[in-house]
Design a protein. Structure first.
Length: 344
């Protein structure tokens, strides 16, 4: 554990700014709030004892304040430190110590400080890029994608995926869709390694299945197999393992199984079959989800490839705690190698 005294001066200031709830601080300092919204609080200015009930205003997002009648903010500044100094008549260092005590942040880990900073940067990025008229899924730009990369949420890492894995697959974040929902970005490249589309994942928990993913309008998945661009050079020597979804690709990758693509749905399409005819010289292995759609997909996909290449299937039989069929991303390492050991 690193104490605040061990952090440099800028770290201490940044930590206080990020951890303090400005609305609660204003009340703690004796202001009687007359109006409060998600973005602002208003009050009479208790610094000079005014009676205008809206003269004092504090912006919760920027954590800045202003006194419209006596310009009290001009003496010490309009940030939280200036507010404490104006009320308590103290030095900057005394205001810093006051806020550290108030925020309960006398001890803070470096990791926690980094998380606070990342959260603030992501919130600022989302706010600046939340105009749906400018940021639509139809804009698929590899240059712009780089700007989104630092702002992915913790959604996938909380599901157990390593940050290195998410970096490898270029998962980004901070995308505000036309409904105002914040989504993480899964880039989809075609076999020529051209960025073809985004799959945008709603990062809320327990979201309905029809809201989870939103694909770039006009994207034709019939012409793309997810991750084929990364593994096409080894496809001639080892069978291509075909799964349904992105997370299954990532899960197998983390176990060192790289010869995997996702059809991004229940079974391959005719266009995806043509891609396999081009690249899968060692054949394919279907490794679909353990549900009715997965079982149906095996038969339909087999019909597209039979008599044209070597086709095998591994049928997942494991069930979850509630009796639901599992997909590859849900399996243990031991279970995955039980099914796939002969194909890697």
């Amino acid at each position: 554990m690193t104490t605040l005294l061990d952090l440099d001066f800028r770290d201490r200031i940044d930590t206080v700014k990020q951890m303090i709830d400005p609305g609660y601080l204003v009340e703690h300092l004796g202001f009687k709030l007359t109006r409060e919204t998600s973005k602002e609080v208003r009050s009479a200015c208790s610094i000079h004892g005014g009676d205008n009930t809206t003269a004092f205003r504090l912006n919760k997002e920027k954590k800045t304040w202003v006194c419209f009648t006596h310009k009290c903010h001009e003496k010490y500044g309009n940030d939280l430190f200036g507010l404490v100094r104006s009320v308590n008549g103290c030095t900057f260092m005394e205001a810093l110590e006051f806020l550290e005590d108030f925020g309960g942040c006398k001890t803070v880990s470096k990791d926690k400080l980094i998380k606070y900073r990342h959260k603030k940067e992501r919130e600022d990025f989302v706010r600046l890029n939340s105009d749906a008229r400018q940021e639509r899924p139809s804009i698929v730009d590899p240059v712009k994608l780089k700007y989104y990369k630092p702002y992915r949420s913790s959604f996938f890492s909380e599901l157990g995926f390593k940050e290195e894995t998410l970096d490898y697959f270029e998962i980004a974040g901070g995308y505000a869709d036309c409904d105002g929902l914040i989504r993480d970005i899964i880039p989809i490249h075609d076999d020529k390694d051209t960025l073809a589309a985004y799959s945008l994942r709603d990062t809320r928990k327990n979201v309905s299945s029809d809201q989870k993913y939103k694909l770039t309008p006009g994207f034709d998945k019939n012409l793309v197999l997810y991750n084929l661009n990364r593994i096409k050079d080894i496809a001639g020597a080892t069978p291509i393992i075909i799964v349904e979804g992105f997370k299954s690709v990532w899960r197998l990758y983390e176990l060192g199984i790289k010869n995997v693509v996702a059809c991004m749905g229940s079974g391959i399409t005719s266009g995806q079959a043509d891609l396999l005819f081009t690249y899968a010289h060692a054949g394919v292995v279907f490794f679909f989800d353990n549900d009715l759609a997965g079982a149906t997909a095996i038969g339909r996909s087999y019909d597209l490839l039979k008599n044209k290449m070597r086709v095998q299937a591994e049928i997942i039989t494991e069930l979850g705690d509630k009796g639901e069929g599992l997909d590859p991303a849900d399996l243990t390492e031991e279970q995955i190698f039980y099914y796939l050991n002969n194909y890697i």
